[in-house]
Structure formats: structure tokens, C-alpha cells
Design a protein around this ligand. Structure first.
Ligand code: PSU
Ligand code: MN
Length: 303
């Protein structure tokens, strides 16, 4: 019995030709951005990866199968679907066993990518330790997944809706390398600099690929978090966002938003409160991450 994987035509061909492949998640499409910007962004990100010389594999769960790469019509359907399940490690097997459809979070996408032999994955931001986690215990399963599953994940750091110092502490405790790309500090999603020192720094895709391979040689489980700062021209100053983040957090608390609903609620409210400025930045940083992930996937094939 093997995992119920289905490959798109493009990804099946890439596998046959041993070409570099970059995984992409689908929760960012269904829960991270509104329609139609979500599908436009997904298409742009896929095109960026192709242009950089690699093959994109957007991952989603549909009718009880793990789809590795979506055909254009499947991507359209998913992007327009309402009330799509958000699937993480805890619900992936249940959903598959019962023929369900859902979007994969960073954690679930890492599991599926690894099953498909894909070592590099690009996204926007990872889940992390929520503010007030000392009371709520709300810590994203993404962090534990990075500790367990050998996929290098390129993200623009984590959002300021989270507690970034605690997020970095958990990553360190769980043995996850956090590698800032081209700078010494950990990026904060919409802003290039969180003010927190990054544990590690790389200035080339080759260094990141070499570290990924060395972890395998050492028999270390788990992946790497590559923290790639948003391009300067797309950055939103942290001071400009802070009041909107505070308001969204207050509303979440007042509304009793909990568990899986927290992150999508905050993302949607910040999009609304910034009149879409947060979305423009989000699109720029995901595309930037896709290009770096493609370079890492190519470097992994070369080394
Ligand atoms: N952070 C973002 N954008 C996102 C997400 C997080 O900036 O789209 C999504 C990702 O799919 C991530 C998930 O894996 O939310 C984390 O959810 P939770 O905090 O419930 O673990
Ligand atoms: Mn959570």
C-alpha cells in the first residue's frame, strides 16, 4: 500500500526527466488570498518557477487523492471553491481515507512533497507561535513538521501577527536550521527586518543546497527554513502595519476565533484593513520565494 498520489502531466514528465521540481502549497490559495488574486498569483508563481528553469508542483487534496501538480482547470476550481477544508498533519489521512477535498498547509504540503520525492517548497509565510501562546497553546503544526520532514521551505519569515521571538525559540529547540538569505536578521514577512538576529545566513542557493544534503548525510530528520526577505520595493514599513495587526488580533479575541480559523481570520482582516496593500506585498514576496526555491532545486540537482 502506497500513498494515494496523482501527478499532473507536467510533473509526471519532470519526474521522468529528473528535472528540478518546486512544491507549492494550496492553503495560501484557498485561505490566504481572495479570488481572483489567489488564482492569478498561483499562475504567476508557477510561471516564475518555469522561467527560472524548474517545474512547479502545486499540491492539494482532491477527492481522496494527493495531487502533485494541478492541471489549469483544477487550479481554477480550487481557487473558486467555498468552504474548502484546511488540512494539516492532523487531518490529512482522515480526509484522504474519506474521499475529501482540501487545501494543504505548509505542514501537509511538506508531507506530500516528501512522499513525492520533492525536496524544495516555496510559500509566503509559515505558521508559528501565536501571540499569547502561553495561554492558548496555539503553535502551528508547521514548526513540528520542519523538525520531522526533510524539505527545505522558502518563506519570507513569519508574520508579525505571530510571536516571532517565541517562533524562533521553538525552531531552535526542535533543531530546525533557520537560514536568512542575504542578510543577518530574520525577515518579518511584509517587512525585510524583524530586528531579530537570524541563527544562520546564506548568500547563495548553492550554500542552502549543500546544507540540505549534509543534513541527509548526517541522518538528521527534518528540513530547513529559508527566510528570504521581501524585495525592498514591495516592503511595507512595520510601523504602518502595527495598528492593523493590533486591531485584527483584538477582533479575533473578541470574536472567540480559535484553532485553524485564527490564521485565515487575521490574514483576511489585515487585507481589508490595509485596503489590499498587504496583498500586493504578499504576491511580491511569494514570487520572490519561488525564484529562490527554483535556484535551490536546481543547485540540488547539480551538486
Ligand atoms: N501564514 C501566511 N500565509 C498563509 C498561511 C500562514 O502568511 O497562507 C497558511 C499556511 O498554509 C500555513 C497555515 O501553513 O496558514 C498555518 O496555519 P496554522 O497557523 O493554523 O497552523
Ligand atoms: Mn494554530
Amino acid at each position: 500500500m502506497t500513498a494515494p498520489l496523482k501527478f499532473s502531466t507536467e510533473v509526471a514528465n519532470a519526474r521522468k526527466a529528473a528535472r528540478p521540481i518546486v512544491a507549492l502549497e494550496s492553503t495560501i490559495i484557498t485561505h490566504g488570498m481572495p479570488y481572483p488574486q489567489n488564482v492569478k498569483t498561483a499562475e504567476l508563481v508557477e510561471a516564475d518557477i518555469r522561467k527560472a528553469g524548474a517545474v512547479p508542483a502545486t499540491i492539494a487534496i482532491m477527492n481522496g487523492h494527493i495531487h502533485i501538480g494541478l492541471e489549469p482547470d483544477q487550479l481554477q476550481t480550487l481557487a473558486q471553491a467555498k468552504n474548502v477544508a484546511k488540512l494539516s498533519r492532523a487531518d490529512l489521512a482522515f480526509a484522504l481515507a474519506n474521499g475529501q477535498t482540501g487545501a494543504s498547509t505548509v505542514a501537509a504540503t511538506m508531507i506530500c512533497a516528501h512522499l513525492a520525492g520533492i525536496e524544495v517548497f516555496a510559500t509566503g509565510g509559515i505558521g508559528g507561535v501565536h501571540r499569547g501562546a502561553e495561554h492558548s497553546f496555539d503553535i502551528s503544526a508547521d514548526l513540528e513538521e520542519l523538525a520531522q520532514t526533510p524539505v527545505s521551505v522558502v518563506a519570507a519569515g513569519a508574520k508579525a501577527i505571530l510571536d516571532l521571538p517565541k517562533t524562533l525559540e521553538v525552531l531552535e529547540s526542535r533543531g530546525v536550521p533557520v537560514i536568512a538569505y542575504g542578510q543577518n536578521t530574520f525577515p518579518a514577512f511584509w517587512s525585510r527586518d524583524s530586528g531579530l538576529p537570524a541563527p544562520l545566513r546564506a548568500d547563495s542557493a548553492a550554500e542552502i543546497a549543500a546544507a540540505h544534503k549534509m543534513r541527509a548525510r548526517l541522518g538528521l530528520p527534518g528540513g530547513q527554513l529559508i527566510a528570504n526577505p521581501i524585495p525592498t520595493e514591495a516592503e511595507i514599513p512595520a510601523e504602518q502595519l502595527a495598528p492593523h495587526i493590533e486591531q485584527a488580533l483584538k477582533e479575533a479575541e473578541a470574536g472567540g476565533i480559535a484553532a485553524k480559523a485564527v490564521t485565515p481570520f487575521l490574514l483576511t482582516r489585515i487585507f481589508e484593513l490595509t485596503d489590499g496593500a498587504s496583498l500586493r506585498a504578499n504576491i511580491a514576496l511569494v514570487r520572490n520565494n519561488a525564484r529562490l526555491a527554483a535556484a535551490i532545486a536546481i543547485a540540488l540537482k547539480q551538486g
